[in-house]
Design a protein around this ligand. Structure first.
Ligand code: ZN
Length: 244
């Protein structure tokens, strides 16, 4: 197994970095010693972008995924790309406008779980629209949810990560909001994403990338609330103001 240092965990704003080619797998996937490319996980799509070689030529990256374990990050080139040499140093460039939208959207999903404090049954972060599914039977008005979301955005609360150990998580079961997905156990450390001074707004386990202050999310609204079965509601978050 080839472990990759995930630079995006400490600095989600790193749009470029240098990485050394550690391996190329049998399907052409490129493994590096370190990367700023986020691998698809927890409902957030992996990064796309390109690697720049010493001679200035480019290797376009169409997807980033985990390999055999979460510690392994595989960069999947588009078709017909040159294969880099093992040991070669590459300048890594993520598609930053896309990633930044995903960071804003992902952060907005956390705020939605504050406004709607129900167990989460699914989530998917997208560039233009994200969805979060809740185990709830209550009828809820999208205008009032949108308004509460914007109060949290405009409150400009800090967003930061903090590591805790498994014992601390076990002592605080309320931190886990997902109904079916448990944070990975066995690794010893769990990354909590906190919102607000001293995490006063929210904290929950998450390995994704987020903006550092809620105001960066900008204008968002609930585009739609769908009923998915008797006890499930699907919320669709979109950028921009709620259309009047
Ligand atoms: Zn998150």
């Amino acid at each position: 197994m080839q472990e990759t240092l995930p630079l995006f965990l400490d600095d989600p704003y790193l749009s470029t970095a240098e990485g050394r080619v550690a391996a190329v797998n049998d399907r052409g996937g490129i493994l590096l010693d370190r990367t700023c490319f986020y691998a698809t996980s927890g409902g957030q799509p992996g990064d796309i972008g390109f690697f720049e070689r010493e001679d200035g030529s480019r290797i376009e990256i169409a997807a980033t995924v985990n390999g055999q374990s979460k510690a392994e990050i595989v960069h999947v080139p588009s078709n017909e790309q040159a294969v880099p040499e093992i040991g070669e140093t590459l300048a890594l460039h993520i598609d930053w406008p896309r990633r930044y939208k995903l960071m804003r959207m992902h952060s907005a999903c956390h705020l939605l779980t504050v406004v709607c404090p129900f167990p989460i049954t699914g989530a998917s972060v997208g560039e233009d629209e994200s969805r979060v599914d809740f185990d709830m039977s209550e009828a809820i008005d999208k205008a009032s949810v949108s308004e509460k979301l914007m109060e949290l955005v405009e409150g400009n609360h800090p967003i930061f990560a903090k590591w805790i150990d498994e014992a601390e998580l076990a002592a605080n079961p309320g931190l886990v909001k997902s109904k079916n997905v448990r944070p990975p156990s066995g690794s010893g450390r769990i990354r909590l994403v906190c919102i607000g001074d001293e995490a006063g707004v929210d904290s929950q386990p998450c390995g994704g990338t987020h903006v550092s202050e809620t105001a960066e999310i900008g204008a968002i609204h609930i585009g739609k609330i769908e009923k998915k079965g008797r006890e499930n509601r699907r919320f669709r978050i979109r950028f921009g103001e709620l259309p009047g």
